[in-house]
Ligand binder design. Sequence first.
Ligand SMILES: *[C@@H]1O[C@H](CO)[C@@H](O)[C@H](O)[C@H]1NC(C)=O
Ligand SMILES: *[C@@H]1O[C@H](CO)[C@@H](O)[C@H](O)[C@H]1NC(C)=O
Ligand SMILES: *[C@@H]1O[C@H](CO)[C@@H](O)[C@H](O)[C@H]1NC(C)=O
Ligand SMILES: *[C@@H]1O[C@H](CO)[C@@H](O)[C@H](O)[C@H]1NC(C)=O
Length: 358
Amino acid sequence: MIYPKTVAVLIFLLNFLCTTNCQLIISQVPPASTDQAIDDWTEDHYIFYNTDVSKLNLLFVHLDGSYGIPGIAQKYLTFAANVGFHVVNLRYPNSWTVNDLCRTSEDEYCFSNLRMETLIGDNKTSEVNITRSNSIENRLIKLLQYLHSEDSEEGWDLYFDGDNIVWDKLGFSGHSQGAGHASFIGYQHNVHTVLNFASPADYSVKYLQVAPWLSEEPQTTADHFLGFGHLRDQIVGWDFLKLVFSDYLQLSQFGEEICVDNNTSPYSNSHMLFTDCEPSGSDNYHGSIINDKHTPLDDNDDPILSDTWIYLLTKNLDNYNTPTPTATPNPNTSNAGSFSFNSFMILFTSLFGLCLFF
Ligand SMILES: *[C@@H]1O[C@H](CO)[C@@H](O)[C@H](O)[C@H]1NC(C)=O
Ligand SMILES: *[C@@H]1O[C@H](CO)[C@@H](O)[C@H](O)[C@H]1NC(C)=O
Ligand SMILES: *[C@@H]1O[C@H](CO)[C@@H](O)[C@H](O)[C@H]1NC(C)=O
Ligand SMILES: *[C@@H]1O[C@H](CO)[C@@H](O)[C@H](O)[C@H]1NC(C)=O
């Protein structure tokens, strides 16, 4: 019986390789340490991945809403990591609301100009001044190059080629302003998934129209877009959001909108989901669908929306079997936090290896 012994040896080898670095990794990287020319919006990027699950070899980039700073949606992003994605919660220029800058603008293309300037750093609008260095693209490329230089084994180089992003290995999710950017990126590039939390909502009260970019032909096909909102969102009303999802992102072709509170995953495979859940500790409906501070928890302190998050994150993966979520995300975990569980897993797999061996 050579086979079980081989397996056992492999398990032992894996355990030796896996003494400090297993399980969920959450780390922080200051943007300026990836590129000194990044001189504004300088708070840390957050990185999430799980070394104990099979790698999907896909990256999810999450963009917070207006004024949001990475680290505010760690529960959701931990589920993304536990599914097998590499995850980056990117710091980017967001110290305004896009609607405040563009809603009444004379420039009919203010929304797309502003989003393009944020993405690539070209001077497209006088509403903001975003250099190429401070743009989303440069931040992301420099971060991926940095992560690869720190750990050449982890596979970060799958996601860039020289100074270019390998778009089709990336998915984007975003909340509010960040969802507008996630969709905008999905319109500009063919990416593997676009997840929209509580936006896009680009609407001009000057021209009484949804921003023209939302009527263009996206590079990412509609089946790779999904949207999620709150029925009582006071910032982006659900009726309007549903209209953008159904008629602009063209998601109604995958079935009508589904309430996740009285349905279970896979929600009739709908691409338009909503909740009427009670936010945690406030009436922040807008934030409750994704951010740690407001998302509701069950009696075990697990997010009640986790099945919905996992559905959204995995909808576009072929033959993906929805896993039972592993450890409950701890919002404060850094590498050290996972150690005891980690040690347990090493002991467990060692014993398992011994059983096979003898
Ligand atoms: C951006 O372009 C506008 C004209 O299109 C110009 O007025 C403005 O000074 C430029 N901004 C910068 C930072 O170069
Ligand atoms: C952008 O930079 C230009 C040139 O330095 C300056 O005149 C303008 O006020 C700036 N605009 C904003 C919105 O910061
Ligand atoms: C599910 O909840 C939604 C929103 O509260 C409601 O409109 C719908 O009627 C409910 N469906 C069922 C089958 O109870
Ligand atoms: C996270 O850390 C902060 C600051 O150290 C602390 O105030 C907070 O209680 C911690 N939260 C949890 C859930 O451990």
